[in-house]
Design a protein around this ligand. Structure first.
Ligand SMILES: CC[C@H](C(=O)O)C(=O)SCCNC(=O)CCNC(=O)[C@H](O)C(C)(C)COP(=O)(O)OP(=O)(O)OC[C@H]1O[C@@H](n2cnc3c(N)ncnc32)[C@H](O)[C@@H]1OP(=O)(O)O
Ligand SMILES: [Co+2]
Length: 134
């Protein structure tokens, strides 16, 4: 079922500072910051040869990453995103195998304009997993 690793996401308390580290210290190609109100985050993508790093900053009081940053005030790796061909088939397969889909369980359109779902970390060795249909 799993395809390529699409991105590794890092939650950050200050997007400007985090983006500058990747751009200026690490010399990487860094996108503009894009607010994603439907997801409660602002994203910046760091383009790498074989995958991407997604920097996430909280957007709004209900941001789903606020509690993560409360526990990890300096930030940290937040989730990994794997590509799948069919998000609904993947969701149903995960449900059949007893995994918990977070939120309503319905896919939302993610940062790349593609449907995404999230699998609860309790079922995956403490790792939040995002699946993105490509
Ligand atoms: C623009 C979209 C973009 C894209 O790529 O397209 C994105 O990636 S958007 C990213 C932001 N959106 C999300 O993260 C949505 C999915 N997340 C959730 O549904 C929640 O954050 C959830 C369910 C993972 C956690 O909910 P909440 O924070 O309200 O619950 P708790 O704080 O009580 O945590 C419960 C339990 O889970 C552990 N936890 C929480 N977040 C993570 C994490 N990122 N990685 C690993 N573990 C996590 C937390 O420590 C608690 O563990 P426990 O042992 O029960 O104390
Ligand atoms: Co993501």
């Amino acid at each position: 079922m799993l395809g390529r690793l699409n991105h590794v996401a890092i939650a950050v308390p200050n997007m400007e500072e985090a983006a500058a580290v990747y751009r200026d210290t690490l010399g990487a190609k860094v996108s503009e910051a894009v607010p994603q109100p439907d997801h409660g985050v602002t994203t910046v993508f760091v383009e790498l040869e074989n995958t991407k790093i997604e920097l996430l900053e909280p957007l709004g009081d209900d941001s789903p990453i606020l509690s993560y940053l409360k526990k990890n005030p300096k930030g940290g790796i937040h989730h990994v995103c794997y590509e799948v061909e069919d998000i609904m088939a993947a969701r149903d397969q995960m449900r059949e195998k007893g995994a918990t889909i977070t939120g309503t369980g319905e896919p939302k359109i993610g940062a790349h304009g593609k449907p995404v779902i999230f699998l609860h970390p309790k079922d995956f060795n403490g790792t939040l997993i995002e699946l993105e249909q490509v």
